[in-house]
Design a binder for this molecule. Structure first.
Ligand code: FHN
Length: 699
């Protein structure tokens, strides 16, 4: 739907909403205040005929610009002696509201040039631009009817978003907004920052939700964002029901506008996607990571910083190279995702020169290779040693774009398990030479010239007959590579119509080898190798996995013990789990079992003692935490879930003899959510919470 039509709608919506807002700001008349027009008479736009129609432009885009800009650009990451802050500076540096508010009249981006920003995004091959209309600090980067914490209170008073929206329209870049649910300034937002002394007396979260709905509504009516990118959804006051309500408001305001999954509480940590069937949102949002095998069957977008900060940090010199950025774009596209690459502008409205330089280099690459990114779909192959593949249909044929990161020593590009015949091959950009492609059994092999046209990523276009027929090897599925008594091994992602042959002694699977007929129960160590055959010919690579029967760790002679685990608490600001043994504890206590951690920020805990297991077995530990955590059993690191992330679960296993074993669990929380959960089960059973009778410590 054109932006003109949406603009007409926006006028209608605005007219309908004026009645809601003729009262003074924040006047609350119930959660349905400013309910958008509905029913007859309201000019509600015709909704897209399908989700595919709604998503079409976004899927074609593949590449966008993220912009984190606000008051935090003024301190530029520095507070006192510390220079490592970003857009979280108010919280991380514990700046009282009244002190942070002093940035309002200082914000004056005299060098802001919307056209330059939009031109830079378009020049880099970015098809959309998502800018922070409001980050967690609560500052609205526009003049909001719902807040004084906005551009109307700054020295500048410019309509920055309006200028940028118009510039994006001129340059063919879709304008979009990031709007934080979490809001550290609004008196009705809860919870307060843990360190804040500001009273929460009288705070009314329902009134906060009306403010949030009001701001979302005014953003849509004024700027018609193509995407509403929510964030800050993880605190206890935000619920699935509220997320659904906000999602439905967005749909009613503009059914074409996309809404990310962070409107709901089912983001699934930094991995960005939850299997919850009730979750709402048009796409998943992995952050600072690229899902190893993408997210088959769903729309997803990886957002990533260009250095280590989202908001401008003057001291952060850890910039990704342009090659890094190009190859990440290719990697994401090859897995069927979108890449949202961030710029943190300076307070004066300019992009850091390092960002401009990288965007120009990416643009130079995209000018030659955009066809291998925009409008492409995910690779039909598994991982390839030399690079990535994207593809698009072209009439009855398919164009495979072979993105070559490293030229193989052999000078040959091998495409495994492909049933299609090659029609032609050549570089998408560079020398106009035909590359020789030949079939070798189930493989297509292309001969490369001694030098490649692009050192960052050369692209070969291979035209094949028809839709891709790629025989992907099955995945060998098992809970662990080690076991004590027995282990179930199966195959997953079975390719259709293939004859699967396997061996257990590490030899090559041949047509005469055993035919796979279902899961195996292993009682001894084996090396399983599997290959797919079609019409008597091997057509998939061989997949292999070794399984070892191991002796369990001997139990410990613990002597006299007491129930419960000892938990030490340490104060500190870490990005990774430190060596607590060289630090001074702030306090310690004995816990009857591993419970929720202290809901504080910038702390760490070490929980230690004995865990008793009932039998000689291989045990799986499932460790979930926000932020980082590490688990040792008998001194061996079993789960490493370290780092700064949302709630994320990782698993690990160890063979243990019946009896007591040393347990040590380290955890940190920098800021935001604070979760810690440890579960345990013998192989083949679902992990369950630890129980007090399993836990003890030496007094
Ligand atoms: O807390 C924010 C962070 O400041 C930044 O905006 C990122 C970008 O997606 N999102 C949140 C962390 O997940």
């Amino acid at each position: 739907m054109g932006s003109e039509r949406r603009r007409v709608l926006a006028v209608v919506v605005a007219a309908m909403l004026v009645a809601c807002r003729s009262e003074p700001q924040g006047t609350y008349r119930g959660p349905d205040q400013c309910v958008p027009p509905s029913g007859e008479g309201a000019d509600v736009p015709a909704a897209p005929a399908s989700q595919d129609e709604r998503m079409a432009w976004w899927r074609e885009a593949r590449f966008g610009m993220f912009i984190h800009w606000g008051l935090y650009a003024i301190p530029a990451g520095k507070w006192g002696e510390h220079t490592g802050y970003g857009e979280w500076i108010r919280d991380s540096a514990r700046i009282p509201l009244a002190e942070y508010e002093r940035f309002l009249p200082q914000f004056d981006p005299v060098n802001f040039d919307a056209d330059a920003w939009a031109r830079t995004a378009a020049g880099a091959g970015m098809k959309y631009l998502v800018i922070t209309s409001k980050h967690h600090d609560g500052f609205a980067l526009y003049d909001s009817r719902w807040s004084e914490w906005d551009m109307g209170s700054t020295k500048s008073k410019r309509d920055l978003l309006g200028e940028l929206k118009a510039a994006c329209d001129r340059h063919g870049v879709r304008f979009a907004t990031y709007h934080s649910i979490m809001d550290w300034q609004h008196p009705d937002y809860l919870p307060r920052r843990p360190w804040e002394t500001r009273s929460s007396e009288g705070a009314d979260f329902a009134r906060f939700r009306a403010y949030l709905r009001g701001q979302v509504t005014e953003l849509v009516e004024r700027y018609q964002p193509a995407v509403m990118w929510f964030d800050g959804e993880w605190e206890s006051t935000w619920t699935h029901e509220q997320g659904v309500e906000l999602f439905e408001l967005c749909r009613s305001l503009d059914p074409w506008m996309l809404v990310n999954n962070r409107v709901d509480v089912h983001r699934g940590g930094m991995a960005g996607f939850s299997s919850s069937r009730e979750a709402v949102g048009d796409f998943g949002t992995p952050e600072q990571e690229i899902p190893p095998t993408g997210m088959p069957g769903v729309d997803w977008e990886t957002c990533m910083t260009m250095n280590d900060h989202w908001g401008f940090n003057a001291a952060d010199a850890n910039w990704k190279s342009s090659r890094d950025c190009i190859r990440m774009l290719v990697d994401v596209a090859s897995k069927g995702g979108n890449y949202l690459l961030n710029v943190g502008p300076r307070a004066d409205g300019t992009f850091p020169p390092e960002a401009v330089e990288r965007l120009a280099a990416i643009g130079a690459w995209m000018r030659k290779h955009a066809g291998a990114i925009h409008g492409t779909s995910a690779s039909p192959f598994g991982s390839l040693p030399w690079g990535r593949v994207t593809m698009r249909r072209d009439g009855d044929d398919t164009l495979l774009y072979l993105h070559v990161f490293e030229r193989p020593q052999s000078g040959e590009l091998v495409l495994p398990g492909i049933g299609n015949e090659p029609l032609s091959a050549g570089f998408l950009s560079g020398p106009r030479l035909a590359l020789h492609a030949e079939r070798r059994g189930s493989e297509l092999v292309l001969a490369l010239p001694p030098t490649l046209p692009d050192s960052d990523c050369s692209v070969v276009t291979l035209r094949i007959v028809g839709a891709p027929v790629v025989y992907r090897a099955p995945r060998i599925a098992a809970e662990s590579d080690e076991f004590v008594s027995r282990l179930t091994v199966d195959l997953a992602e079975l390719p259709e119509g293939l004859d699967l042959r396997f061996t257990l002694d590490g030899s090559e699977p041949l047509l005469r080898s055993s035919s796979w007929s279902g899961a195996l129960e292993l009682l001894s160590s084996v090396t399983l190798r599997v290959r797919g055959f079609h019409k008597g010919e091997p057509v998939t690579p061989i997949v292999e996995r070794a399984f070892r029967r191991v002796e369990p760790h001997a139990a410990s002679e613990t002597g006299a013990t007491r129930p419960g685990l000892r938990q030490q608490v340490f104060a500190g600001d870490w990005d990774k789990v430190p060596d607590f043994s060289v630090l001074t504890e702030r306090e310690s206590a004995v816990l009857p079992q591993l419970g929720p951690p202290p809901r504080e920020e910038r702390i760490g805990t070490r929980t230690s003692g004995w865990i008793e297991v009932p039998a000689d077995e291989y045990y799986i530990f499932a460790l979930a935490s926000d932020d980082g955590s590490k688990l040792w059993i008998d001194g061996a690191l079993v789960v490493d879930n370290d780092g700064l992330h949302g709630t994320l679960e990782k698993r690990g296993g160890i063979a243990l003899a019946r009896g007591r074993h040393a347990l040590r669990l380290d955890w940190i929380n920098k800021s935001g959510g604070a979760e810690l959960d440890l579960r345990l089960a013998p192989l083949g059973q679902p992990p369950a919470p630890l129980t007090p009778d399993q836990l003890s410590h030496t007094p």
